[in-house]
Design a protein around this ligand. Structure first.
Ligand SMILES: Cc1cc2nc3c(=O)[nH]c(=O)nc-3n(C[C@H](O)[C@H](O)[C@H](O)COP(=O)(O)OP(=O)(O)OC[C@H]3O[C@@H](n4cnc5c(N)ncnc54)[C@H](O)[C@@H]3O)c2cc1C
Length: 399
């Protein structure tokens, strides 16, 4: 087999590694080029939705991932001051998925499991410390290169995240915008679940506290809580990041005599962006390289993993000569509308709902969510969408 028959994947994030394992198991040689010396350990995604767990199960990875996470059958929207809440129970999805729950686990745990599985795949080669700086294509091959290396391939797939070089080589715009607010991610081992009655592992919270701009969220992962905090209206981001300001916010969530131990602190900006197409000839995109959304609802990485499954199935058929290369355009037709209409738009609505400041509107939103959560038919419809099942089912019908 000629070296240019292989597939080159740029980026060893959760999406690139999932794709590599799928290709390797399908008998397709692949090389993963990763700029860094190891996979990223920073805290980013922490929620795995049911269909992602169903997909990972086909790779034998759902069980070991579940063993390292928190099975989370409910999530909620709540009013901080009164504790009133609308709680959604994913149990109503028991007939729709083998995993009717969210799994709270850090994304690097999946990446580590993928790395271990890839070590046993003779057709996949991982090259860390290989930053790709140039990507090109001709009629019969694509090429990715960097300092001291150049690889020919049948396809180059950009799984290289928000600042994708593959996307730039494809000449694609990354249309959309950046939200004005900065989110501050703070983690603490303090057990909020022991002091805040009725807390789920995933909580989106409205508050009147002057320490915030109306909202915060509390997400639990094994051994710690991850709080998304927003600067108060009179605070700059720099002021909000000061240890005393973080302490003030955590004390506003739960007052206590001792100071909070803060393990990680990270500000980040959020974008909503998408490319016009996921394929230009022999160059393709998956994951954050193709689409970015607000983390509200926890869908970015999940959507990228769904991209990897769809792309691996399509690319496999084309690579083996069972289908024309034009079938690769179906990948865009199936995945782009899901990213645009389900992931980006839904995350945008989630964000907007939690940023509502008007008390009467908040109350109406809460009552509406409560009615939905209490009605099994409406709750199932709501959860099929927010758990990313509805979008996948619609995409599967696209020819
Ligand atoms: C605070 C936060 C919370 C989030 N929470 C959730 C959540 O709960 N659920 C969810 O689904 N999503 C969530 N997300 C989004 C999620 O983290 C991303 O969608 C996910 O990491 C995308 O995976 P990826 O593999 O596409 O890209 P990345 O994880 O960004 O990986 C890209 C890889 O490519 C490498 N790379 C980049 N450029 C090059 C190059 N030129 N050459 C070689 N290698 C290169 C990088 O080093 C990196 O390893 C969250 C994001 C943030 C910031």
């Amino acid at each position: 087999m000629a070296e240019r028959d292989r597939v080159v994947i740029v980026g060893a994030g959760p999406v690139g590694l999932t794709l590599a394992l799928l290709l390797g198991r399908a008998g397709i040689p692949a090389v993963v080029l990763e700029a860094e010396a190891d996979i990223a350990e920073e805290l980013r995604a922490s929620t795995f939705h049911p269909p992602t767990l169903d997909m990972l199960d086909t790779l034998g990875l759902a069980e070991p991932l579940i063993a390292q996470g928190l099975v989370t059958p409910t999530w909620q929207v709540r009013m901080h001051e009164t504790g009133e809440r609308a709680e959604f129970d994913l149990g109503v999805l028991a007939a729709d998925t083998a995993h009717p729950f969210r799994l709270q686990a850090e994304q690097h745990k999946l990446s580590r499991l993928l790395l271990a599985a890839l070590a046993a795949e003779p057709l996949v080669e991982l090259r860390f410390g290989h930053a790709v700086t140039s990507v090109a294509q001709e009629a019969d091959r694509a090429r990715a290169g960097g300092d001291g290396f150049a690889l020919d391939a049948s396809y180059v797939i950009g799984c290289d995240g928000a600042r994708s070089v593959v996307r730039r080589a494809m000449g694609l715009a990354f249309e959309g915008d950046t939200y004005p607010e900065t989110t501050i991610l703070a983690t603490t081992p303090f057990p909020f679940h022991e002091v805040m009655p009725g807390l789920s592992n995933v909580n989106y919270v409205w508050t009147e506290s002057p320490a915030f701009s109306g909202t915060f969220s509390l997400l639990r992962v094994p051994g710690r809580w991850r709080a998304s905090l927003y600067p108060a209206p009179d605070e700059t981001v720099e002021q909000a990041l000061a240890p005393a300001a973080i302490e003030r916010k955590l004390q506003a969530i739960h007052p206590r005599a001792e100071r909070y131990e803060v393990q990680d602190l990270r500000p980040y900006r959020i974008h909503q962006r998408i490319v016009p197409t996921y394929r230009v000839g022999r160059l393709l995109l998956a994951g954050d390289a193709a689409h970015l959304n607000s983390p509200s609802g926890g869908m970015g990485m999940n959507g990228g993993i769904h991209d990897a499954f769809e792309l691996a199935a399509t690319l496999g058929a084309v690579w083996r000569g069972e289908a024309e290369a034009a079938l690769l355009d179906r990948y865009t037709r199936r995945r782009r509308p899901v990213a645009e209409r389900e992931i980006i738009a839904q995350a945008d609505r989630n964000r907007a709902r939690m940023r509502e400041r008007d008390p009467a509107r908040r109350r109406a939103l809460l009552e509406d969510l409560r009615r939905t959560a209490a009605d099994p038919v409406k709750a199932r419809a709501h959860l099929l969408r927010s758990s990313m099942i509805a979008g996948l089912r619609e995409a599967a019908t696209i020819a």
